[in-house]
Design a binder for this molecule. Structure first.
Ligand code: GDP
Length: 298
């Protein structure tokens, strides 16, 4: 991911290297190049506009400093703006004052929710917690089974309706799971919910029902970075339909151009909290805006 964007930005900076000082025309030309690079990377237009306006203003106002040549100054500004657009500081999980902490996962089908439940389970266990993964995706026939498998791999417990008990009511399962967690001393509940291939009203209503039943401490919107521009529309729909407190980007190991990663925080105002970079449970980490910006700038 980000290869094209990194290459293009690198070319922009290379073009500035020989210059002694930057004129307004140089800054305008540079801003144009950066704009093209971001648009090609599928970054959403409002984000590109805000980014460019900020870079221009700061590059113009930059003191001619002895320590940095113009190219380095522009790189510094772009780096800081990238960190800003990615959310600035790393946002940590908020735990409930009184256990259990409830984390609800929401997103489209195939975005990687069930896999993420396993990853989070493993990660939480490593941090000394005793998580309980809850199967509320009762739509997809194999989802309960899949959650049990990842829970087994992560070495954490799972709460699911008994097989053969009919389709079941996900809202009730979610509510019961929190009671169950309290009785069984699980201190974090991770609720996996159903997703559809596209946004639909029934799905949103169900997710909102689960939200009301469990009152999550964190609702994480899970989004596949590969869906590019659609990530922003999907995020907006989930924000209106369910609401969320954080974003998890999945499939960052793919060859997506990176626009989703660079747009979602700005458009929704909610922080990217975790990143998934593969199918294995270990392909997962807390999201660090600074590290991501460094990766983009190479
Ligand atoms: P759900 O429908 O939202 O529960 O999505 P799943 O967890 O079933 O994931 C859908 C597919 O994406 C599965 O084949 C996962 O193995 C795969 N997947 C999930 N996260 C990642 C990731 O970070 N990188 C890659 N390459 N594949 C992933």
């Amino acid at each position: 991911m980000f290869e094209t964007l990194s290459d293009r930005l690198d070319k922009v900076f290379t073009g500035l290297r020989g210059k002694g000082r930057l004129t307004d025309a140089d800054i305008d030309a540079t801003a144009r190049e950066i704009r093209i690079a971001l648009l090609e990377a599928d970054v959403a237009l409002p984000v590109v506009r805000a980014f460019i306006a900020s870079v221009k203003e700061r590059a113009r106002g930059a003191e001619v400093s002895g320590a940095l040549n113009p190219a380095q100054q522009v790189i510094k500004v772009v780096n800081e703006e990238l960190v800003g657009i990615l959310g600035g500081e790393t946002r940590r999980l908020r735990y409930a004052k009184q256990a259990p902490t409830v984390i609800m996962l929401a997103g489209l089908q195939g975005s990687g929710k069930t896999t993420l439940a396993g990853k989070l389970g493993r990660w939480l266990k490593e941090q000394g917690h005793t998580p309980l993964l809850v199967a509320c995706d009762l739509q997809r026939p194999n989802a309960v089974n899949q959650l049990s498998i990842v829970a087994g791999q992560a070495g954490v417990d799972v709460y699911a309706p008994e097989p053969g008990n009919g389709v079941g009511d996900p809202i009730r399962v979610a509510a019961d799971s929190v009671e169950h967690a309290r009785r069984t001393m699980h201190d974090v509940v991770v609720v996996d919910t159903a997703g559809r291939l596209g946004i639909d009203a029934e799905l949103m209503a169900q997710a909102a029902g689960i939200r009301d039943a469990v009152q999550p401490d964190e609702t994480l919107f899970v989004v596949d970075a590969m869906i590019g521009q659609d990530a922003v529309n999907t995020a907006t729909a989930f924000q209106e339909g369910v609401g969320f407190s954080g974003v998890v980007l999945t499939k960052l190991d793919g060859d997506a151009r990176g626009g989703a990663a660079l747009s979602v925080r700005y458009v929704t105002g909610q922080p990217i909290m975790f990143a998934s970079t593969g199918e294995k449970l270990t392909d997962f980490d807390v999201f660090h805006p600074e590290r991501m910006a460094s990766r983009i700038l190479g």
